[in-house]
Design a binder for this molecule. Sequence first.
Ligand code: SF4
Ligand code: FES
Length: 248
Amino acid sequence: MKLTLKIWRQKNAQAKGQMVTYPIDGIDGDMSFLEMMDVLNNGLINKGDDPVVFDHDCREGICGSCSMFINGEAHGPDRLVTTCQLHMRKFKDGDTITIEPFRAAGFPVIKDLMVDRSSFDRIQHAGGFISVNTSGNTQDANAIPIEKANADAAFDAATCIGCGACVASCKNSSAMLFVSAKVSQFALLPQGEIEATDRVLNMVKQMDEEGFGNCTNTGACEVECPKGISLENIARMNREYMAATMKG
Ligand code: SF4
Ligand code: FES
C-alpha cells in the first residue's frame, strides 16, 4: 500500500505544533499501525531527520501507552482495540491518514504524539488502592464469598488500561470513565469497602484538580474505549460519590 500520513509534529510542550505530510510506500495489510510508524521512522532516521515520537510498550493491548488519535478517533477506526492492535488492513491503498496526539488540558503534549498522562497516576495515588493486612493473619481472598455478578462487574472495570482514549474522545475532556472504572473495581468487592468513602471523594477531587471536564452523558468514551468499559461505571461512581458526600 501507498499511503499519505499527516502527522502532528511538535518539538516540545512550549513549541507551536503543525501537521506535516509524509508519503509512505510498501505497507503490508498485516502490519500493525505501530509497525507502519516504525517503517516511517526508519526512513526518517536514514535521511537524518527527527523520527516521530510516540508512546508504546507492550504492543499487545495491555499497557495503554500507544495513545494516538487516528483519522479523528482515539486508537483509530477499529473497535475494542488499541493502536498497537490496529492493523493496516483497515486502510486501503491511496488513503490519507491523519495522526494526532490525545488532546486534553490534563494531557499536555511532551513531543509529537507523546503526551504526559501522569495526571492519571496522581488520580490513582489519591485512592486507587486497598489496604491489605500483611501481619501474618491475612485472610485468603478465595475464602471471601462474592456474588458472581459483582465479581464479573469488578473484573470488567479492572480491565481499564488507563490509556486515556475516553478523555481524548470526550468533547469535555472528561476522565469520568477512567476514574469510575478505578472506583468501581473496588466498590463492588468487600476488600474495597474500608476505604470506599475516602476513595471516591479523593479520586474525584484529584480528577477535578487535574483539569478534566465534566461528564454530559454523550457516551463517546464508551464507544472509543478499547476495553469496552461501560457507562454503568460512571453511574455507579456517581452513586458512590453521593453516598460518600452524605456520610461526610
Ligand atoms: S476507561 Fe477505557 S478509554 Fe478510558 S482509560 Fe480506561 S481503557 Fe482507556
Ligand atoms: S503498546 Fe501497550 S497497549 Fe499498545
